[in-house]
Design a protein around this ligand. Structure first.
Ligand code: ADP
Ligand code: MG
Length: 350
C-alpha cells in the first residue's frame, strides 16, 4: 500500500548498488495495491515484464471483482456445486485452508461476507468503499457462513453454503511473490527486492555480498517512521500486518480491516502490528494476518513450542503498549529505530 513506496526506495538505497549495475525499479498496481520489483542486472527489462505479467495473470485468477476470475466464479456458484479452477488457484486454496486449520480459523479465507458488511471487502476500491459498523444481528447472520472452508478436489473447488464467499486478500499477494521470483530467475535476474503490498521478498543478496535490509514501519507513526531495520536473507519474505493499514473512525472509535473471525469485529488482540519472516511468502502473508488475530501470547507460545509452522518463522510483534518482541533469528542485522518514539525491544529466545 501507500507505505510501500518509501520503503522500497529505502530498500533500493540500502542495497548500496555496486558499480556494475544500478537497480531498475518497476512499479505497478495489481491486487488492489502498489507493487514494485527492484532488479539488479545488466538489462532486466524482459524479466520485469515477465514478473508483472505473472502477477497480472494471478490477479485475473484470484480477483473477487472480475466476474470471470476463478474466485468470482467459485463465489457465484456457492451452494450449487463445484467449479473448475486453475491448478494455481486450487493450490492457493489448499494453502489457505491449511493455514486456516492450523490457526484455528484466525486466518479465514471465507470471511468475505463479514468483511463486506464492514465495507472492507475488495469489491469496491478503498476510495469509494462505504465503511460502517454492522449491527450485531447482521453479524450473527453472516458468521455461520464463515465456518466451512472451501472444498478443493483436484482442479475443482466448491463452497458448501449459498452466500459463502472467498477473499484471498490476506494471502494472494504473498503467494504471488513465488511466481515473481520464478519469472525473474527464468529471465536471468539473480538479485532483486520484490515488494507486493506488505510483503517483501529478497532474491539473492546485495551486490556487495551482504543480505538485503528492509525497514519495518512504525505502526503508530506516519508512513516514513520506522520501527527497525532487519536483514532479509536470500529467498526470505517479510510480511507485515497492521491495523493502521486500512481503517475508519465512527463515533470516535477506530475500526481496522483485520477481522477476528470469532466475533466478526476488528481484532483486538493487543497488537499494533505483526511482521513475519519466512521462507514461504504465502505462509508469511497469511500467518502475519493470523498472528495479528491470535495476539502476542499465543504467537509467542507457538513460536517457543518449537512445533508447527510458526516455530519455523521469525516474528516481530508490536504490542499496544509499544513493546516489541523480536525472535532470535532476526537479532543479527537488527537495527532498532523506535526508542525515541517510546518503543522498547526484547529479543525472544527459545
Ligand atoms: P494487507 O492486505 O492490508 O497488506 P493483510 O495481509 O494483513 O494486510 O491482509 C488483510 C486482508 O485480509 C484484509 O484486507 C482482508 O481482505 C483479509 N482479512 C481480514 N481479516 C482476515 C482474517 N481474519 N483472515 C483472513 N483474511 C482476513
Ligand atoms: Mg497478511
Amino acid at each position: 500500500m501507500r507505505r510501500m513506496l518509501p520503503l522500497l526506495c529505502a530498500a533500493a538505497l540500502l542495497s548500496g548498488c555496486a558499480a556494475r549495475s544500478e537497480p531498475t525499479i518497476q512499479t505497478f498496481f495489481a491486487m488492489d495495491t502498489t507493487m514494485s520489483v527492484t532488479a539488479y542486472a545488466e538489462d532486466p527489462t524482459d524479466a520485469l515484464v515477465a514478473a508483472q505479467q505473472a502477477v497480472n495473470r494471478l490477479d485475473a485468477l484470484w480477483s473477487r471483482t472480475r466476474p470471470d476470475s476463478d474466485i468470482a466464479r467459485l463465489n457465484a456458484a456457492a451452494g450449487t456445486g463445484a467449479v473448475a479452477v486453475d491448478g494455481d488457484t486450487a493450490a492457493l486454496l489448499t494453502t489457505a485452508n491449511a493455514v486456516a486449520e492450523e490457526s484455528g480459523l484466525a486466518f479465514n479465507p471465507v470471511l468475505c461476507p463479514v468483511m463486506d458488511a464492514w465495507g472492507f471487502g475488495s469489491t469496491e476500491s478503498e476510495t469509494t468503499a462505504v465503511h460502517r459498523v454492522p449491527a450485531q444481528a447482521e453479524l450473527d447472520e453472516l458468521l455461520p457462513l464463515t465456518r466451512d472452508l472451501p472444498l478443493v478436489d483436484g482442479d475443482t473447488a466448491a463452497l458448501a453454503l449459498p452466500g459463502q464467499a472467498v477473499d484471498l486478500g490476506g494471502i494472494a499477494k504473498g503467494a504471488a511473490a513465488r511466481y515473481v521470483v520464478d519469472a525473474l530467475t527464468q529471465n536471468g535476474v539473480e538479485r532483486a527486492i520484490i515488494a507486493l503490498g506488505g510483503n517483501i521478498t529478497a532474491l539473492g543478496v546485495r551486490p556487495d555480498g551482504h543480505p538485503f535490509r528492509v525497514y519495518v514501519r512504525d505502526p503508530r507513526g506516519e508512513g516514513e517512521d520506522y520501527l527497525c531495520l532487519i536483514a532479509l536473507p536470500d529467498g526470505r519474505t517479510c510480511s507485515t500486518s497492521g491495523g493502521y493499514e486500512r481503517c475508519f473512525v465512527a463515533d470516535g472509535v477506530t475500526y481496522h480491516h483485520i477481522i477476528d473471525p470469532a466475533n466478526g469485529y476488528p481484532a483486538q488482540s493487543g497488537l499494533l502490528s505483526v511482521t513475519v519472516v519466512a521462507d514461504d511468502p504465502a505462509l508469511a502473508d497469511a500467518w502475519s494476518t493470523a498472528l495479528f488475530v491470535l495476539g502476542p501470547d499465543e504467537a509467542l507460545r507457538r513460536w517457543k513450542s518449537g512445533q508447527g509452522t510458526v516455530a519455523g518463522m521469525d516474528l516481530i510483534l508490536v504490542t499496544d503498549a509499544g513493546h516489541v518482541y523480536v525472535t532470535q533469528g532476526l537479532e543479527e542485522g537488527l537495527e532498532t529505530l523506535g526508542e525515541e518514539a517510546g518503543y522498547t525491544y526484547e529479543i525472544v529466545r527459545r
